[in-house]
Design a protein around this ligand. Structure first.
Ligand SMILES: [Mg+2]
Length: 338
């Protein structure tokens, strides 16, 4: 099998402010292309985001270089065995995702089917997605919310824990009207007591859920017990035992952290077994990562809005079949990922 790695950088239209550090201006991705003796290619992508999960581009590239050696030296291995061999060489989920995606893409092309149809025989045709509003001022947040509503989003996520939350949440709700779901994401900015106070006062605006109000399983569990609004974990889902803990009402899963589609499906099963609800979000992935997440969410029949409407934030994502229409992304119908 031949393997090539290409480094790629995508520019954000507007730098995205986050409560965990510097504004995000661009995004580095690694594309992995594999090709078997039959000439059928498969493309995958690694999208580490150091500000989010601490995994650097250098570490990811080093892992991918070691996978390239494994892939090029393992003509007799296929699918899961190849992924296992790569994991043995360097166990880095954010990089393994590129191998997993490329293998699924190649499998879809060989079968002449979209990846979702390899994962399940009862898949959604469209995956609901949310718009995301960054840490802006009251007027800016309201304008973004009105724009999201006007193009048909049925769920909007607002970053909170960044200043005038009360004013911004009220302004966003006013701009959305009563029908559009409003989800908050604090990225762990609050303590337990701050979270309880904030959520109790913001709840009057009608909240679908609050993602990562605090960091840590024990803290999330405590917040959940003290407020009536549904609580989701995102960063905390990386803690050992978090997926099956039942500590939150919902769990945000990401391809990179799960090591690709296969790992994401396994994680979603654990989450559902514990009585929580999984949904999927990107870490500003490129088109291949978004396509993979859409196929996985469609196969899992996830109806909670997923955080996959992120390609529109790039100036230069290229052509892809993943546009958002009426708050949904249609599952790509071609063979492979897209
Ligand atoms: Mg989040």
């Amino acid at each position: 099998m031949r393997a090539t790695i290409t480094r790629r950088s995508l520019t954000l239209r507007t730098p995205l402010a986050t409560s965990y550090g510097q504004p995000l201006r661009s995004r580095e991705l690694f594309e992995l292309v594999i090709e078997g003796a039959d000439g059928v290619p498969g493309r995958g992508e690694a999208a580490p985001l150091e500000a989010y999960d601490g995994v650097s581009s250098q570490r990811t590239l080093a892992a991918l270089e070691s996978y390239k050696e494994v892939l090029e030296g393992s003509d007799e291995l296929e699918g899961g065995a190849l992924l296992d061999a790569c994991r043995e060489a360097n166990d880095l989920p954010q990089a393994l995702a590129a191998v997993d995606l490329a293998l699924w893409d190649r499998a879809g092309r060989r079968a002449g089917k979209p990846v979702a149809e390899l994962l399940s025989d009862d898949v959604l045709a469209h995956v609901p997605v949310n718009a995301t509003i960054g840490a802006e001022d009251r007027a800016g947040a309201a304008a973004s919310a009105a724009a999201a509503r006007s193009v048909g989003f049925r769920c909007v996520k607002l970053k909170v824990g960044v200043g005038d939350d009360a004013g911004r949440v009220a302004a966003v709700r006013a701009a959305l009207g009563p029908e559009v779901a409003l989800r908050l994401d604090a990225n762990g900015a609050w303590t337990v007591d701050e979270a309880v106070r904030a959520i109790e006062s913001l709840a009057a605006s009608g909240l679908e859920l609050v993602e990562e109000p605090v960091h840590g399983l024990a803290a999330c569990r405590e917040v959940r017990e003290r407020v009536a609004v549904r609580i989701a974990i995102d960063e905390t889902a990386a803690e050992p035992g978090a997926l099956a803990s039942g500590a939150a009402d919902a769990v945000c899963l990401k391809l990179g952290r799960c090591g690709g589609i296969s790992g994401l499906l396994a994680a979603a099963t654990l989450v559902r077994t514990s009585g929580s609800e999984p949904y999927v979000a990107s870490t500003f992935d490129g088109p291949l990562g978004i396509a993979a997440a859409v196929h996985a969410a469609a196969a899992l029949r996830i109806t909670t809005a997923c955080g996959l409407a992120t390609l529109e934030h790039f100036e230069d994502a290229g052509t892809h079949p993943l546009s958002v229409r009426d708050g949904q992304i249609a599952v790509p119908a071609g063979p492979g990922l897209m």
